[in-house]
Ligand binder design. Structure first.
Ligand code: 5AD
Ligand code: SF4
Length: 474
């Protein structure tokens, strides 16, 4: 990033803080009229990046005077949407209908929409036509202007819509409200340049932009000073981090810098593209004491023919070679993945290839998705779309294999004692707490709420498919 851009960024941060003050006057006025502090509710759809964006939205809402709640009865409700698959869009429309009914009873209620789904022209048209009660709509590129957009919403009658095509702006140092005091996501890059042929992300999140390592380290140090012990470095393709910076730096080098931060205990990252996973990264992970023993490595398909049509830029053999290197160098590593079934042209023998891969790689977990046709992507206009019943049949076969192999894989640490970061009191049995092992597996064990946020040794006593029951060790 050039110095002038950086200055422009700092000026923008200052501008947004002045809008926070201005928005506060409107929320104060609302509080006087209501005779109480107005409430707000942020609902997140989709991935970890969206979850992190929602923390930023919550931070601003809190600063301008709202009280955060999880109840959609709130005075201000915002949906941070996802559009990776069509079912996420349908869920938004369904829930929005209910919000509209609530607003009829509570006309002062404000409703906002943001996130990936808003970057699609057809969605905006539909909202304008059939959901006129929505007060504010913005997209992924101008989320840093949320305070300014709130002011605009308070000053405008009717729907405010502000969608940008793309941006190269990264605005630092805005407030955020973390969901967990002891762990946090950190954006290290935005956007994606890979254009996998089924995927809408490059169109709605724009081109790849990396944050400067200095800004990332500064943010993590501040989080650690505030009690955070685990960070998750976030990007659509973290393995290509830093390539477009003025002073290029690799993801492996960034991790080495993050490792040096005193007080930070665990480092996670997501998502890795297999084509860019370097030997340097494997070596940095191998010698690290903080990087968790978990790698999310989306496979998408086990058939080289389908991988080619997906524009994934690796073959089945490349992926297997990479996994065997990973297993050899870091034997206690858990690998998880994403798989799509029903990509155009996929035949049952391609699903057989995927199933065979699942058996060979031995995933700890695999997220399996039915292919969803996304308008504007190359795959959407491919002629050989697969009939629904064929997709379903392949999906069920794959799911069965994933469940069997994952169960076997997860239980390989049975009888060992491992460190777990306690994340919460178990919501079904309050005598139990729920912790996460370095390899991302969940373990439930007897414990009290004071353990939340601490790393403790736990004996892994019983394995129940995807999780363990354990006993805390002295
Ligand atoms: N249909 C189904 N799944 C998809 N994904 C991305 N685009 C699609 C689509 N059009 C899946 C991929 C990706 C995960 C986040 O979502 O598996 O890794
Ligand atoms: Fe989508 Fe591929 Fe980018 Fe992942 S790497 S966000 S699947 S285009």
């Amino acid at each position: 990033m050039k110095i002038t851009d950086k200055l422009a960024g700092a000026e923008e941060t200052a501008r947004q803080y002045s809008y926070i003050e201005k928005a506060k006057t409107y929320v104060d006025e609302l509080a006087r009229n209501l005779g109480r502090k107005p409430s707000c509710c942020v609902i997140t759809f989709g991935c970890q990046m969206n979850a992190r964006d929602s923390e930023k939205l919550s931070g601003i809402l809190e600063k301008v005077g709202y009280k955060l709640t999880e109840n959609e009865n709130a005075d201000f409700v915002i949906y941070n949407t996802c559009t990776v698959r069509d079912n996420a869009n349908q869920r938004v429309y369904g829930r929005l209908g209910h919000l509209g009914t609530m607003k009829k009873k509570n006309p002062h209620k404000k409703i906002a929409l943001c996130g990936c789904m808003m970057q699609e022209g057809a969605v905006i048209e539909k909202l304008k036509k059939s959901y006129g009660f929505v007060d504010l709509i913005f997209g992924t590129h101008n989320i840093y202007k949320f305070a300014e957009l709130l002011v605009c919403m308070f000053e405008t009658k009717g729907m405010v819509v502000d969608i940008w095509e793309d941006t190269d702006q990264i605005v630092e140092d805005l407030p955020s409200e973390r969901k967990y005091p002891f762990k946090s996501g950190i954006n290290i890059m935005f956007g994606c340049n890979n254009f996998c042929s089924y995927c809408i992300v490059p169109y709605v999140r724009g081109r790849e932009r990396s944050r400067s390592p200095q800004d990332i380290i500064k943010e993590i140090k501040a989080l650690v000073a505030d009690g955070v012990i685990e960070v998750m470095l976030l990007g659509q393709n973290v393995n290509s981090y830093g390539k477009n910076l003025d002073e290029p730096i690799s993801f492996a080098q960034l991790l080495e810098e993050v490792e040096k931060i005193e007080g930070l205990e665990r480092i996670r990252f997501m998502t890795s593209h297999p084509k860019d996973l370097s030997d340097d990264l494997i070596q940095v992970m191998k010698k690290s004491t903080k990087i968790c023993r978990h790698l999310h490595l989306p496979l998408q398909s086990g058939s080289t023919r389908i991988l080619k049509a997906m524009n994934r830029k690796y073959t089945r053999e490349d992926y297997l070679a990479l996994v065997s290197k990973l297993h050899r160098e870091i034997p206690d590593l858990s690998i998880t993945t994403d798989i799509i079934v029903g990509f155009p042209g996929e035949e049952p023998c391609d699903v057989d290839d995927t199933i065979d891969m699942v058996r060979q790689v031995k995933y700890d977990n695999a997220f399996t998705f039915l292919y969803s046709k996304r308008t504007g992507t190359p795959a959407a206009s491919m002629e050989n779309q697969v009939p629904e019943e064929v997709v379903k049949e392949g999906f069920d076969r794959l799911l069965k294999t994933v469940q069997d192999t994952a169960r076997e894989q997860v239980q390989r640490f049975l009888g060992q004692t491992m460190d777990a970061l306690v994340e919460e009191v178990n919501d079904q049995d309050s005598s139990l707490v729920t912790g996460r092992l370095s390899n991302n597996t969940i373990v439930h064990f007897k414990g009290d709420p004071s353990l939340v946020g601490k790393i403790v040794p736990v004996y892994l006593k019983e394995c129940h498919g995807f999780y363990y029951l354990g006993e805390m060790q002295p």
